[in-house]
Design a protein around this ligand. Structure first.
Ligand code: PXP
Length: 235
């Protein structure tokens, strides 16, 4: 199973003070050194965390595949083509939401999605669609002309309220995606505990994780930085 590390929150922290630090590029380098297989960033329309220059900077200065999460909007697709990310992950985006709250409605967006996929493929960019665990969406996908490379399952609902039936639905959705010959990824709300459960689902090949990793990183590092600061001011 591969790991995509989402570093949006590094940019969130940077932007709260307008300082150049913490630098998302530095976070990406650490994640890559630790074994991250992908770096994932969400370039939101309101640019609340990752900004255009971060995306170009990451692409230019890291040698790991860049997965760019974007809304299906012309402005974002133009940026994806310019930066030539490894993949784009199309997500529904609402300005007022705290994070990506749900999956795409493939049925309503079918003509838009199939033309985006065709265009991105002509630029050598893989396309991932972010959906809720839902077999109906996949049955539609099966019969349609939409041919994504990847489908990512939104695991947020399960991680917020981990009922066994929700895990079963994620498992069945992953199986169906695999049956369609599409790569299956999963993401949202995944912590160490839920990663253990996702690992057992045979058809999920990649997890995209951000919030819990950056949160754990604070507590992994806080002891050491307080020690360093004490040393500086004591000498
Ligand atoms: N996958 C997608 C499509 C997302 O939008 C996000 C959040 O930006 C994630 C994965 C990662 O979710 P989390 O930050 O909860 O780990």
């Amino acid at each position: 199973m591969k790991l995509g590390v989402n570093i949006d929150h590094i940019a969130t922290l940077r932007n709260t003070r307008g300082t150049p630090y913490p630098d998302p590029l530095k976070a990406a380098e650490i994640a890559i050194n630790a074994g991250a297989d992908f770096i994932t960033v969400h370039l939101r329309e309101d640019r609340r965390h990752i900004r255009d220059e971060d995306v170009f900077n990451l692409k230019k200065n890291t040698n790991t595949e860049l997965n760019l999460e974007i809304a299906a909007k012309e402005e974002m697709l133009e940026i994806a083509k310019k930066v030539k990310s490894y993949s784009i992950n199309i997500v529904p985006e609402k300005r007022e939401e705290l994070t990506t709250e749900g999956g795409l409605d493939i049925i309503n967006m079918h003509s838009k999605l199939s033309s985006i996929i065709e265009e991105m493929h002509s630029f050598g960019i893989k396309v991932s669609l972010f959906i809720n665990p839902n077999i109906n969406q996949l049955k539609y996908l099966e019969k349609s002309e939409i041919k994504p490379d990847i489908v990512e399952i939104h695991t947020g609902d399960y991680c917020n309220n981990p009922l066994e039936k929700k895990l079963k639905l994620i498992t069945n959705t992953a199986e169906y995606i695999n049956k369609l010959g599409i790569e299956c990824h999963a993401g949202h709300g995944i912590t160490y505990k839920y990663a253990q459960r996702m690992k057992k689902i045979p058809h999920i090949s990649t997890l995209n994780i951000g919030h819990s990793l950056i949160s754990e990183a604070i507590f992994d590092g806080l002891y050491s930085v307080v020690k360093t600061m004490k040393m500086i001011i004591s000498n």
